[in-house]
Design a protein around this ligand. Sequence first.
Ligand SMILES: [Fe+2]
Length: 186
Amino acid sequence: MRVETLCGFQFVNLDAAAAPIGECFPEVAAGLREYLPHLDRLQPVEWVTAEERCNWKVSVENYSECYHCGVAHPSFTRGVIDPRRYDIRADGRCLRHTTTAVDRAAMSYAIDASDSEHAADYSSWFLWPAFSFQVYPGGMLNTYHWRPLAVDRTEVVRGWYAPAARATKRWRRWPSWTAPPPSPKM
Ligand SMILES: [Fe+2]
């Protein structure tokens, strides 16, 4: 069994002959650090698990488009990101999602766009086959991990990481896809 580290996260690989993760996904480390210059100072906030009654490949396929986001995740497309700019393209084995934050007046939580170059952007890096890094506007990181349980059951584990000032469950819930935020502004 091999354990490798990418941007502070450990990845286990059962294939001793596999190429190193940095070779499989050469753009990810630099891209993540470009979007999260404070990556090494992020603090873990919460892990959330959800079971989906489908094969893991169906869940991954669903994740690989965002046409459904407006219907299934309205708090995301109305209060976090601009769905009109949502773009997905392949970059080697990585599937890259990018867009910008929604208009500041509509955002469900306050961000400081001057924090860093991409503080008002969203981007994710899906690492085939079953993991994704997602950077939310405001410099929050979400990890998305598909765990196959059975042919028709998948557990999705999402980890949230935030700058120290926002490393609370209260902040974490604001960019949530599943619950509309209560009262947005600081
Ligand atoms: Fe979805």
